[in-house]
Design a protein. Structure first.
Length: 493
RNA sequence: GGGUCGAUAGCUCAACGGUAGAGCAGCGUCCUUUUAAGUCGUUGGUUCUGGGUUCGAAUCCCAGUCGACCCA
């Protein structure tokens, strides 16, 4: 009598569900089991003593990502946070019953194993398994082992799969963690205090961007998600926290692109009794230490390859410093650019292939040239200084030429990486700048910030660093989505 | 918002108006030091969705969904 069990062999999910059911029927529930580990894979590999096979015992755990079944023995590899390590499971070591159980494991299952380290004929340090345990059954198959997961939509929506099968993604996103960690240590070593300021705010200040609006039910008021942390951190300077920083999520309700995610991470740092010159030293020290200690170029230099331009960016060379005006004059080939009437500026900008919005002010036309024609060409680290006063209402005016600001914009790889200011601390000038910027929309002026300035803010240098863009640069990524674990996508169909 | 391109087996991809295929994965067999292991056999499809053209559509047309790139 044959039973009429339907053939499910083509349906991997059904096959794995059946295996799980069989395990449970045998009194084993892999989701209840746990295992003790002594080593991550990389640490276990380092624990091997050359020439002394099977003297060091380790317990490791991870996801099965390679299975090579050789009949009465198997070579498998497991993946953990540090990478992969090979396990060798022999029938006459683990016993017939256990071996039969091991043979039923699937790619993707999470197992723990204890055994001794040895080196295979081809020289790979491997765990000769004495005991093992299944601690989580994978009911879904892994993506293909050789090509990995390449559908970009699935990579972003199911990042966990990307991380399992695409080593480059895992390395890139781990590097981001190390970058952020390094920044914290770097600043803490210099007596900066990390603070946390509100994400929900009554008015969106500190930058020009459209905010997300949300509603607080109990208070029955609308709030916006912050578009910068600047005005809060400056209040900390007023409060006597002389060196502060925040690595915070910022939300801007604007387009999504290769360079923009609606939520992104910004470092803002403020240092009392410093100025934009001090910020130059700080950012240069920070970035060179990041390249030296985190990226660690193989040749010992401070150069990293810039994917988009094919050039090498040298963090160890001279960092160019150039005035905004000089860049504009060079790009337009027009020494009289700033004296030209608006109509001539428009004509000349359009002749350069730029589309100029009719409502733009003159500084916006000029800045369009900067962002479209100049910034993308600034591959090596470049401090652009003496920006026109209209561009940053929160910075101090230059003493010798009040039409420009004591600020820089650090541009690397054709991207703005870090703007920094000598911070405006004159409450009256600040109010005037705000009012000029706000025009009719005075209700958006942060009056409490101005009140805080009236209490006296020490002179200070301040700087913002886009962490995502920095990570694009440092990891050679093509898109911001590649350095954000879960980039924003339209909700799936 | 506009333009271009894409969506086919769990994954990576073929087929481009005439019976939807391959590799990996799966299932079954052989193999106790493999390295994308090898070996023999084998299952698996609402070709993104909905319309249309056609004797016949994965393929051509229209609309939609989602994604990528470029532009705004």
């Amino acid at each position: 009598m044959s039973d009429h069990t339907p053939d499910i062999s083509h349906d991997q999910h059904a096959v794995r569900r059946q295996k799980l059911a069989d395990l449970r029927a045998a009194g084993l529930d892999p989701f209840r089991a746990n295992c003790a580990t002594t080593h991550f894979s990389g640490d276990a590999l380092k624990a091997y003593v050359e020439g002394q096979d099977n003297t060091v015992t380790v317990s490791v755990a991870g996801r099965l990502v390679v299975i090579r079944d050789m009949g009465k023995s198997q070579f498998v590899k497991i993946l953990d946070q540090q990478g992969q390590i090979q396990l060798y499971v022999k029938k006459d070591v683990v016993g017939d019953e256990a071996y039969a159980q091991f043979k039923k494991f699937d790619l993707g299952d999470i197992v723990g194993a204890t055994g001794t380290l040895f080196k295979t004929r081809s020289g790979e340090v491997t765990v000769r398994v004495d005991t093992f345990i299944l601690v989580a059954k994978a009911l879904r198959p892994l993506p293909e082992k050789w090509h990995g997961l390449s559908d970009p939509e699935q990579v972003y929506r199911q990042r966990y799969l990307d991380l399992i099968v695409n080593a480059e993604s895992r390395a890139r996103l781990m590097l981001r963690s190390r970058v952020v960690s390094h920044i914290r240590r770097f600043l803490e070593d210099r007596s900066f205090l990390e603070v946390e300021t509100p994400v929900l705010e009554a008015t969106a200040g500190g930058a020009a961007a459209r905010p997300f609006v949300t509603h607080h039910n109990a208070l029955n008021v609308d709030f916006v998600l912050r578009i910068a942390t600047e005005l809060r951190l400056k209040r900390m300077l007023v409060g006597g926290f002389d060196r502060v920083f925040e690595i915070g999520r910022i939300f801007r309700n604007e387009g999504v692109s290769r360079r923009h995610n609606p939520e992104f991470t910004m470092l803002e740092v403020y240092e009392a009794y410093s100025d934009y010159r001090g910020m130059m030293r700080l950012i240069r020290d920070l970035l060179t230490s990041l390249v030296r200690d985190v990226i660690r170029p193989a040749d010992g230099s401070l150069r990293i390859r810039h994917a988009a331009s094919g050039q090498e960016i040298d963090f160890g060379g001279e960092w160019r410093e150039v005035r905004y005006k000089d860049l504009i004059i060079a790009a337009t080939g027009d020494a009289e650019w700033f004296a030209r009437p608006k109509a001539e500026k428009i004509a000349r900008a359009e002749a350069m292939g730029l589309s100029i919005h009719p409502g733009w002010e003159e500084f916006e036309i000029t800045n369009e040239i900067f962002s479209k024609q100049i910034e993308p060409t600034l591959i090596q680290p470049t401090f652009v200084t003496h920006l026109p006063r209209e561009l940053c209402p929160l910075a101090k005016l230059n003493r010798d030429d009040p039409s420009v600001l004591d600020v820089f914009e650090l541009t690397i790889g054709g991207m703005e990486v870090a703007p920094a200011y000598s911070e405006q601390n004159d409450p009256d000038v600040q109010r005037e700048m705000f009012e000029r910027q706000a025009g009719e929309e005075r209700q958006n002026i942060d009056q409490d910030f101005l009140l805080a300035l009236e209490h006296g803010m020490p002179p200070a240098g301040g700087m913002g660093v886009g962490i995502d863009r920095l990570c694009i640069l440092l990891t050679g990524a093509e898109s911001i989505r590649d350095v954000i674990l879960f980039p924003q996508l339209r909700p799936g169909a």
